[in-house]
Design a protein around this ligand. Structure first.
Ligand code: AMP
Length: 419
Protein backbone atom coordinates (compact mmCIF):
# COMPACT_ATOMS: atom_id res chain seq x y z
CA UNK A 1 0.00 0.00 0.00
CA UNK A 2 1.39 3.42 -0.83
CA UNK A 3 1.79 5.56 2.23
CA UNK A 4 0.14 8.99 2.29
CA UNK A 5 2.22 12.11 2.23
CA UNK A 6 1.42 15.65 3.29
CA UNK A 7 -0.28 17.47 0.37
CA UNK A 8 1.89 19.41 -2.10
CA UNK A 9 2.78 22.82 -0.74
CA UNK A 10 2.25 21.82 2.90
CA UNK A 11 4.65 20.40 5.44
CA UNK A 12 4.69 18.78 8.82
CA UNK A 13 6.53 20.63 11.54
CA UNK A 14 8.05 18.21 14.02
CA UNK A 15 10.37 18.46 17.03
CA UNK A 16 12.92 19.89 17.40
CA UNK A 17 11.92 22.53 14.79
CA UNK A 18 8.42 22.85 16.19
CA UNK A 19 9.95 24.16 19.44
CA UNK A 20 11.09 27.22 17.49
CA UNK A 21 7.55 27.72 16.26
CA UNK A 22 6.27 27.62 19.82
CA UNK A 23 8.98 30.04 20.97
CA UNK A 24 8.37 32.39 18.05
CA UNK A 25 4.64 32.44 18.73
CA UNK A 26 5.19 32.98 22.46
CA UNK A 27 7.58 35.84 21.83
CA UNK A 28 5.24 37.49 19.36
CA UNK A 29 2.36 37.16 21.77
CA UNK A 30 4.32 38.50 24.75
CA UNK A 31 5.72 41.51 22.92
CA UNK A 32 2.41 42.63 21.44
CA UNK A 33 0.43 41.78 24.55
CA UNK A 34 2.80 44.05 26.46
CA UNK A 35 1.89 46.84 24.01
CA UNK A 36 -1.85 46.50 24.56
CA UNK A 37 -2.78 44.06 21.78
CA UNK A 38 -5.23 41.23 22.43
CA UNK A 39 -5.36 37.87 20.72
CA UNK A 40 -8.19 37.41 18.23
CA UNK A 41 -9.04 33.94 16.98
CA UNK A 42 -11.24 33.83 13.89
CA UNK A 43 -12.36 30.76 11.91
CA UNK A 44 -9.98 29.51 9.24
CA UNK A 45 -12.88 29.54 6.79
CA UNK A 46 -15.36 32.30 6.03
CA UNK A 47 -18.06 33.03 3.52
CA UNK A 48 -16.27 33.66 0.25
CA UNK A 49 -17.62 37.22 0.10
CA UNK A 50 -15.46 38.26 3.06
CA UNK A 51 -12.35 37.72 0.97
CA UNK A 52 -13.67 39.25 -2.24
CA UNK A 53 -13.12 42.62 -0.49
CA UNK A 54 -9.36 41.98 -0.72
CA UNK A 55 -9.69 42.87 -4.40
CA UNK A 56 -11.38 41.01 -7.18
CA UNK A 57 -8.50 41.67 -9.53
CA UNK A 58 -5.80 40.26 -7.27
CA UNK A 59 -4.19 36.86 -7.79
CA UNK A 60 -4.97 35.96 -4.20
CA UNK A 61 -8.68 36.15 -5.00
CA UNK A 62 -8.87 35.15 -8.66
CA UNK A 63 -6.36 32.32 -8.80
CA UNK A 64 -5.29 31.21 -5.38
CA UNK A 65 -8.39 30.85 -3.26
CA UNK A 66 -9.30 27.50 -1.73
CA UNK A 67 -13.05 27.94 -2.17
CA UNK A 68 -15.77 25.32 -2.23
CA UNK A 69 -19.46 24.69 -1.57
CA UNK A 70 -20.06 23.14 1.83
CA UNK A 71 -22.68 20.46 2.44
CA UNK A 72 -25.24 23.17 3.13
CA UNK A 73 -24.59 24.79 -0.26
CA UNK A 74 -22.73 27.81 1.17
CA UNK A 75 -19.82 29.26 -0.77
CA UNK A 76 -16.90 28.97 1.62
CA UNK A 77 -13.21 29.81 1.36
CA UNK A 78 -10.21 28.90 3.48
CA UNK A 79 -8.69 32.21 4.52
CA UNK A 80 -5.85 33.39 2.25
CA UNK A 81 -4.99 36.08 4.81
CA UNK A 82 -6.45 37.24 8.09
CA UNK A 83 -7.05 40.97 7.82
CA UNK A 84 -10.39 40.46 6.07
CA UNK A 85 -11.45 38.02 8.80
CA UNK A 86 -10.38 40.35 11.60
CA UNK A 87 -12.30 43.23 10.00
CA UNK A 88 -15.33 40.96 9.57
CA UNK A 89 -15.11 40.16 13.30
CA UNK A 90 -14.69 43.86 14.13
CA UNK A 91 -17.79 44.76 12.14
CA UNK A 92 -19.75 41.92 13.72
CA UNK A 93 -18.82 42.62 17.35
CA UNK A 94 -18.19 46.40 17.31
CA UNK A 95 -15.54 46.49 20.05
CA UNK A 96 -14.45 49.89 21.40
CA UNK A 97 -11.74 51.53 19.37
CA UNK A 98 -8.87 51.70 18.94
CA UNK A 99 -9.08 47.95 18.74
CA UNK A 100 -5.61 46.43 18.88
CA UNK A 101 -5.67 42.84 17.72
CA UNK A 102 -3.06 40.17 17.09
CA UNK A 103 -3.50 36.79 15.47
CA UNK A 104 -1.49 33.78 14.48
CA UNK A 105 -2.41 30.81 12.39
CA UNK A 106 -2.51 29.06 9.04
CA UNK A 107 -3.39 30.76 5.76
CA UNK A 108 -4.13 29.02 2.47
CA UNK A 109 -3.21 30.05 -1.07
CA UNK A 110 -3.17 27.81 -4.11
CA UNK A 111 0.23 29.00 -5.33
CA UNK A 112 3.06 27.22 -7.13
CA UNK A 113 5.04 25.81 -4.19
CA UNK A 114 8.73 26.68 -4.02
CA UNK A 115 11.30 27.54 -1.38
CA UNK A 116 9.59 29.85 1.10
CA UNK A 117 6.25 29.67 -0.70
CA UNK A 118 3.66 27.18 0.46
CA UNK A 119 -0.05 26.45 -0.01
CA UNK A 120 -0.58 26.29 3.72
CA UNK A 121 1.63 28.79 5.47
CA UNK A 122 1.45 30.55 8.79
CA UNK A 123 1.32 34.17 9.73
CA UNK A 124 1.56 36.25 12.84
CA UNK A 125 -0.11 39.61 12.43
CA UNK A 126 -1.41 42.69 14.16
CA UNK A 127 -4.16 45.18 13.34
CA UNK A 128 -5.16 48.49 14.90
CA UNK A 129 -8.71 49.48 13.94
CA UNK A 130 -10.42 52.79 14.52
CA UNK A 131 -7.60 55.32 14.34
CA UNK A 132 -6.10 57.47 11.62
CA UNK A 133 -3.22 58.55 13.87
CA UNK A 134 0.13 58.13 12.06
CA UNK A 135 1.59 57.10 15.41
CA UNK A 136 -0.38 53.86 15.04
CA UNK A 137 1.45 53.22 11.75
CA UNK A 138 4.75 53.91 13.49
CA UNK A 139 3.79 51.69 16.43
CA UNK A 140 3.05 48.57 14.39
CA UNK A 141 6.18 48.97 12.27
CA UNK A 142 8.40 49.62 15.28
CA UNK A 143 6.95 46.66 17.21
CA UNK A 144 7.43 44.33 14.24
CA UNK A 145 11.00 45.60 13.87
CA UNK A 146 11.64 44.89 17.55
CA UNK A 147 10.14 41.44 17.18
CA UNK A 148 12.52 40.57 14.32
CA UNK A 149 15.46 41.98 16.28
CA UNK A 150 14.49 39.94 19.33
CA UNK A 151 14.88 36.79 17.24
CA UNK A 152 18.39 37.91 16.36
CA UNK A 153 17.65 39.01 12.77
CA UNK A 154 19.73 41.91 11.47
CA UNK A 155 19.99 41.61 7.71
CA UNK A 156 16.70 43.13 6.67
CA UNK A 157 15.33 46.48 5.60
CA UNK A 158 12.05 48.23 6.25
CA UNK A 159 10.62 49.65 3.02
CA UNK A 160 7.92 52.30 3.31
CA UNK A 161 5.62 54.02 0.85
CA UNK A 162 2.28 55.82 0.73
CA UNK A 163 -0.46 55.24 -1.81
CA UNK A 164 -2.56 58.15 -0.60
CA UNK A 165 -6.26 58.20 0.04
CA UNK A 166 -8.79 56.52 -2.15
CA UNK A 167 -9.00 59.47 -4.58
CA UNK A 168 -5.19 59.84 -4.70
CA UNK A 169 -4.88 56.16 -5.32
CA UNK A 170 -7.45 56.22 -8.12
CA UNK A 171 -5.62 59.13 -9.75
CA UNK A 172 -2.33 57.31 -9.40
CA UNK A 173 -3.78 54.13 -10.92
CA UNK A 174 -4.85 56.16 -13.97
CA UNK A 175 -1.40 57.70 -14.29
CA UNK A 176 0.32 54.33 -13.94
CA UNK A 177 -2.04 52.72 -16.45
CA UNK A 178 -1.38 55.44 -19.02
CA UNK A 179 2.36 55.22 -18.38
CA UNK A 180 2.54 51.45 -18.85
CA UNK A 181 0.22 51.56 -21.84
CA UNK A 182 2.59 53.97 -23.53
CA UNK A 183 5.38 51.43 -22.90
CA UNK A 184 3.32 48.30 -23.53
CA UNK A 185 5.52 47.14 -26.39
CA UNK A 186 8.54 46.99 -24.07
CA UNK A 187 6.77 45.08 -21.28
CA UNK A 188 6.79 41.32 -20.81
CA UNK A 189 3.72 39.47 -22.02
CA UNK A 190 2.71 38.64 -18.43
CA UNK A 191 2.89 42.28 -17.45
CA UNK A 192 0.71 43.27 -20.41
CA UNK A 193 -1.92 40.83 -19.14
CA UNK A 194 -1.55 42.21 -15.60
CA UNK A 195 -1.81 45.76 -16.94
CA UNK A 196 -5.25 45.08 -18.37
CA UNK A 197 -6.50 43.75 -15.01
CA UNK A 198 -4.61 45.64 -12.34
CA UNK A 199 -2.06 48.28 -13.44
CA UNK A 200 -0.50 48.74 -9.98
CA UNK A 201 0.54 45.11 -9.93
CA UNK A 202 2.85 45.70 -12.88
CA UNK A 203 4.99 47.66 -10.42
CA UNK A 204 5.59 44.36 -8.57
CA UNK A 205 7.06 42.67 -11.64
CA UNK A 206 10.54 41.30 -11.07
CA UNK A 207 11.02 40.27 -14.71
CA UNK A 208 14.20 41.60 -16.18
CA UNK A 209 12.63 43.06 -19.32
CA UNK A 210 10.13 45.00 -17.19
CA UNK A 211 12.64 46.48 -14.76
CA UNK A 212 13.78 49.58 -16.70
CA UNK A 213 10.18 50.58 -17.31
CA UNK A 214 9.09 49.82 -13.74
CA UNK A 215 12.04 51.76 -12.31
CA UNK A 216 11.06 54.86 -14.29
CA UNK A 217 7.35 54.58 -13.47
CA UNK A 218 5.52 57.44 -11.74
CA UNK A 219 5.73 57.43 -7.94
CA UNK A 220 2.64 57.34 -5.78
CA UNK A 221 4.13 59.89 -3.35
CA UNK A 222 3.91 62.50 -6.12
CA UNK A 223 0.13 62.13 -6.21
CA UNK A 224 -0.70 62.45 -2.51
CA UNK A 225 -3.32 64.88 -1.22
CA UNK A 226 -2.05 67.38 1.36
CA UNK A 227 -3.53 65.31 4.16
CA UNK A 228 -2.06 62.03 2.96
CA UNK A 229 1.26 63.78 2.39
CA UNK A 230 1.28 65.20 5.93
CA UNK A 231 0.36 61.77 7.30
CA UNK A 232 3.28 60.20 5.48
CA UNK A 233 5.66 62.89 6.82
CA UNK A 234 4.49 62.16 10.37
CA UNK A 235 5.04 58.42 9.85
CA UNK A 236 8.59 59.05 8.73
CA UNK A 237 9.44 61.44 11.55
CA UNK A 238 7.94 58.95 14.03
CA UNK A 239 10.13 56.13 12.75
CA UNK A 240 13.15 58.41 12.98
CA UNK A 241 12.24 59.40 16.54
CA UNK A 242 12.20 55.73 17.54
CA UNK A 243 15.42 55.00 15.63
CA UNK A 244 13.74 52.50 13.36
CA UNK A 245 15.76 52.51 10.13
CA UNK A 246 13.69 52.57 6.95
CA UNK A 247 13.99 53.28 3.24
CA UNK A 248 11.48 54.96 1.00
CA UNK A 249 10.24 52.53 -1.66
CA UNK A 250 8.25 54.68 -4.07
CA UNK A 251 6.85 51.73 -6.02
CA UNK A 252 5.89 49.47 -3.12
CA UNK A 253 2.18 48.87 -3.73
CA UNK A 254 1.76 45.37 -2.22
CA UNK A 255 -0.53 42.67 -3.43
CA UNK A 256 -3.90 43.42 -1.94
CA UNK A 257 -6.30 46.06 -3.16
CA UNK A 258 -7.50 47.48 0.14
CA UNK A 259 -4.40 49.47 1.03
CA UNK A 260 -4.55 53.26 1.38
CA UNK A 261 -1.89 55.68 2.63
CA UNK A 262 0.99 53.81 4.30
CA UNK A 263 2.30 50.54 2.88
CA UNK A 264 5.40 48.78 4.15
CA UNK A 265 7.38 45.63 3.81
CA UNK A 266 10.30 44.09 5.68
CA UNK A 267 12.69 42.60 3.11
CA UNK A 268 15.38 40.15 4.14
CA UNK A 269 18.81 40.50 2.53
CA UNK A 270 19.62 36.97 3.69
CA UNK A 271 16.98 35.36 1.44
CA UNK A 272 16.74 35.13 -2.36
CA UNK A 273 14.98 38.15 -3.84
CA UNK A 274 11.90 36.27 -5.05
CA UNK A 275 10.85 35.24 -1.53
CA UNK A 276 12.55 37.85 0.61
CA UNK A 277 9.45 39.44 2.20
CA UNK A 278 9.50 38.72 5.93
CA UNK A 279 6.24 40.55 6.41
CA UNK A 280 4.35 43.58 5.34
CA UNK A 281 1.22 45.57 5.67
CA UNK A 282 -0.30 48.97 5.50
CA UNK A 283 -3.36 51.13 6.07
CA UNK A 284 -6.79 50.03 4.95
CA UNK A 285 -8.93 52.98 5.91
CA UNK A 286 -11.99 51.95 3.91
CA UNK A 287 -12.25 48.24 4.54
CA UNK A 288 -14.55 48.33 7.57
CA UNK A 289 -17.10 50.41 5.67
CA UNK A 290 -16.78 48.18 2.62
CA UNK A 291 -17.74 45.30 4.87
CA UNK A 292 -20.83 47.12 6.08
CA UNK A 293 -19.25 48.39 9.28
CA UNK A 294 -18.59 51.81 10.80
CA UNK A 295 -15.93 54.17 9.47
CA UNK A 296 -12.79 52.75 11.04
CA UNK A 297 -9.45 53.68 9.53
CA UNK A 298 -6.94 50.97 10.32
CA UNK A 299 -3.39 49.73 9.94
CA UNK A 300 -1.88 46.27 10.24
CA UNK A 301 0.60 43.74 9.00
CA UNK A 302 1.13 40.03 8.49
CA UNK A 303 4.46 38.26 8.77
CA UNK A 304 5.19 34.77 7.46
CA UNK A 305 6.42 32.33 10.10
CA UNK A 306 8.13 29.99 7.61
CA UNK A 307 9.83 32.96 5.96
CA UNK A 308 11.04 34.36 9.28
CA UNK A 309 12.48 30.99 10.26
CA UNK A 310 14.20 30.65 6.86
CA UNK A 311 15.77 34.07 7.40
CA UNK A 312 16.84 32.97 10.91
CA UNK A 313 18.50 29.88 9.37
CA UNK A 314 20.20 32.05 6.75
CA UNK A 315 21.51 34.40 9.45
CA UNK A 316 22.35 31.56 11.85
CA UNK A 317 20.17 32.90 14.66
CA UNK A 318 17.22 31.65 16.75
CA UNK A 319 18.24 27.96 16.81
CA UNK A 320 15.90 25.21 17.93
CA UNK A 321 16.37 24.81 21.68
CA UNK A 322 17.76 21.47 22.83
CA UNK A 323 14.82 19.43 24.03
CA UNK A 324 15.92 18.43 27.49
CA UNK A 325 14.19 17.46 30.68
CA UNK A 326 15.81 18.00 34.06
CA UNK A 327 15.43 14.46 35.29
CA UNK A 328 15.00 11.02 33.74
CA UNK A 329 13.67 8.30 35.99
CA UNK A 330 14.91 4.75 35.42
CA UNK A 331 12.72 2.20 37.14
CA UNK A 332 13.56 -1.51 37.04
CA UNK A 333 10.75 -2.53 39.38
CA UNK A 334 8.01 -2.40 36.73
CA UNK A 335 7.10 1.26 36.38
CA UNK A 336 5.00 2.22 39.39
CA UNK A 337 7.97 3.99 41.02
CA UNK A 338 8.72 5.92 37.84
CA UNK A 339 5.12 7.06 37.64
CA UNK A 340 5.00 8.31 41.22
CA UNK A 341 8.41 9.94 41.03
CA UNK A 342 7.95 11.74 37.70
CA UNK A 343 4.66 13.24 38.86
CA UNK A 344 6.14 14.27 42.19
CA UNK A 345 9.00 16.02 40.38
CA UNK A 346 6.66 17.69 37.87
CA UNK A 347 4.48 18.97 40.68
CA UNK A 348 7.58 20.52 42.22
CA UNK A 349 8.35 22.30 38.94
CA UNK A 350 11.16 19.94 37.89
CA UNK A 351 10.71 18.58 34.36
CA UNK A 352 10.90 14.82 34.23
CA UNK A 353 10.52 11.91 31.85
CA UNK A 354 10.71 8.14 32.06
CA UNK A 355 10.73 5.04 29.87
CA UNK A 356 7.69 2.86 29.22
CA UNK A 357 7.19 -0.86 28.58
CA UNK A 358 9.40 -2.18 31.41
CA UNK A 359 12.58 -1.95 29.34
CA UNK A 360 15.94 -3.29 30.50
CA UNK A 361 18.19 -1.12 32.66
CA UNK A 362 20.53 -0.66 29.70
CA UNK A 363 17.78 0.44 27.36
CA UNK A 364 16.41 2.88 29.96
CA UNK A 365 19.87 4.36 30.53
CA UNK A 366 20.19 4.97 26.80
CA UNK A 367 16.83 6.71 26.80
CA UNK A 368 18.01 8.80 29.76
CA UNK A 369 21.05 9.87 27.80
CA UNK A 370 18.99 10.77 24.72
CA UNK A 371 16.60 12.81 26.86
CA UNK A 372 19.31 15.33 27.65
CA UNK A 373 18.46 15.06 31.35
CA UNK A 374 20.89 16.54 33.84
CA UNK A 375 20.11 13.90 36.45
CA UNK A 376 19.12 10.24 36.29
CA UNK A 377 17.21 8.77 39.19
CA UNK A 378 17.39 5.01 39.39
CA UNK A 379 14.92 2.92 41.37
CA UNK A 380 15.46 -0.83 41.61
CA UNK A 381 13.86 -3.21 44.07
CA UNK A 382 16.73 -2.69 46.50
CA UNK A 383 16.21 1.12 46.54
CA UNK A 384 12.47 0.72 46.74
CA UNK A 385 12.73 -1.55 49.80
CA UNK A 386 15.26 0.77 51.45
CA UNK A 387 13.19 3.92 50.80
CA UNK A 388 15.98 5.43 48.69
CA UNK A 389 16.74 6.48 45.11
CA UNK A 390 20.09 6.32 43.31
CA UNK A 391 21.02 9.71 41.92
CA UNK A 392 23.48 10.04 39.03
CA UNK A 393 24.33 13.50 37.69
CA UNK A 394 24.83 13.43 33.92
CA UNK A 395 25.62 17.00 32.97
CA UNK A 396 26.69 20.37 34.28
CA UNK A 397 30.29 19.29 34.89
CA UNK A 398 29.58 16.76 37.62
CA UNK A 399 31.53 13.55 37.58
CA UNK A 400 29.37 11.28 35.48
CA UNK A 401 30.72 8.14 37.06
CA UNK A 402 29.67 9.08 40.55
CA UNK A 403 26.33 8.11 41.91
CA UNK A 404 24.92 7.84 45.38
CA UNK A 405 21.78 6.93 47.23
CA UNK A 406 19.53 9.63 48.60
CA UNK A 407 16.44 9.37 50.69
CA UNK A 408 13.26 8.94 48.66
CA UNK A 409 11.48 11.45 50.88
CA UNK A 410 13.97 14.27 50.12
CA UNK A 411 14.61 13.41 46.49
CA UNK A 412 13.38 16.71 45.02
CA UNK A 413 15.68 18.67 47.31
CA UNK A 414 18.68 16.53 46.31
CA UNK A 415 17.88 16.77 42.61
CA UNK A 416 17.80 20.57 42.69
CA UNK A 417 21.48 20.69 43.67
CA UNK A 418 22.40 19.23 40.30
CA UNK A 419 20.23 21.32 37.96
P1 AMP B 1 0.72 39.05 2.27
O1 AMP B 1 -0.49 38.63 3.05
O2 AMP B 1 0.72 38.55 0.85
O3 AMP B 1 1.02 40.49 2.40
O4 AMP B 1 1.95 38.28 2.93
C1 AMP B 1 2.47 38.62 4.17
C2 AMP B 1 3.65 37.73 4.48
O5 AMP B 1 3.24 36.37 4.52
C3 AMP B 1 4.72 37.76 3.42
O6 AMP B 1 5.60 38.82 3.65
C4 AMP B 1 5.39 36.42 3.62
O7 AMP B 1 6.28 36.49 4.72
C5 AMP B 1 4.25 35.53 3.99
N1 AMP B 1 3.69 34.76 2.86
C6 AMP B 1 2.80 35.19 1.93
N2 AMP B 1 2.49 34.20 1.08
C7 AMP B 1 3.18 33.11 1.46
C8 AMP B 1 3.28 31.76 0.99
N3 AMP B 1 2.58 31.31 -0.04
N4 AMP B 1 4.10 30.91 1.66
C9 AMP B 1 4.82 31.34 2.73
N5 AMP B 1 4.76 32.59 3.21
C10 AMP B 1 3.95 33.47 2.61
Amino acid sequence: MTAFRAPIGTKDVLPPDSARWAMLAARFYEQFHAAGYGLVITPIFEELGVFLRIGEATDVVTKEMYDFDDKGGRRIALRPESTASVVRAFVEHRPTTPWKAIYLGPQFRYEAPQAGRFRQFHQVGAEVLGTLDPDADVEVMALLDRFYRSLGLQRYRLLVNSLGDRADRARYVDVVRAYFQSHAAELSEQSRVTLARNPLRVLDSKRREDLPIVMAAPRSVDYLSDEAGAHFERVQSGLRALDVPFELAPRLVRGLDYYTRTTFEFASDALGSAQNALGGGGRYDGLSEEMGGPAAPAIGFAAGVERILLACDAEGVFPAPAAAVDVFVVDTTGGAEAMALTFELRSAGVSADRAFDGRSMKSQMKAADRSGAAVVLIVGSQERDAGTVTLRPLRNGFDQQSQFEVSRADVVQHVRKYL
